[in-house]
Design a protein around this ligand. Structure first.
Ligand SMILES: [Zn+2]
Length: 70
């Protein structure tokens, strides 16, 4: 069951990109109505999306693992 999930995640890497969850694809965080409070999204480097790397997957899996242990 877990293996199936791993392969599912791996398949997603073929797509290569994901919408940045921090800025929801905007590339910045904050509201356009409040320009003073708008800041760059560092997670995606203002791209609004980011490429998923093997490293991201591994981190994700580590998080899942540690969550299961607790
Ligand atoms: Zn972002």
């Amino acid at each position: 069951m877990l293996l199936q999930k791993l392969y599912l995640v791996k398949d997603m890497t073929i797509l290569g990109k994901a919408i940045c969850p921090d800025c929801n694809g905007n590339g910045y965080i904050g509201s356009a109505k409040e320009p003073d409070n708008v800041r760059d999204c560092l997670k995606c480097n203002n791209q609004g999306e980011f490429e998923i790397t093997e490293e991201d997957i591994n981190q994700m899996l580590e998080t899942v693992k540690s969550a299961r242990l607790q």
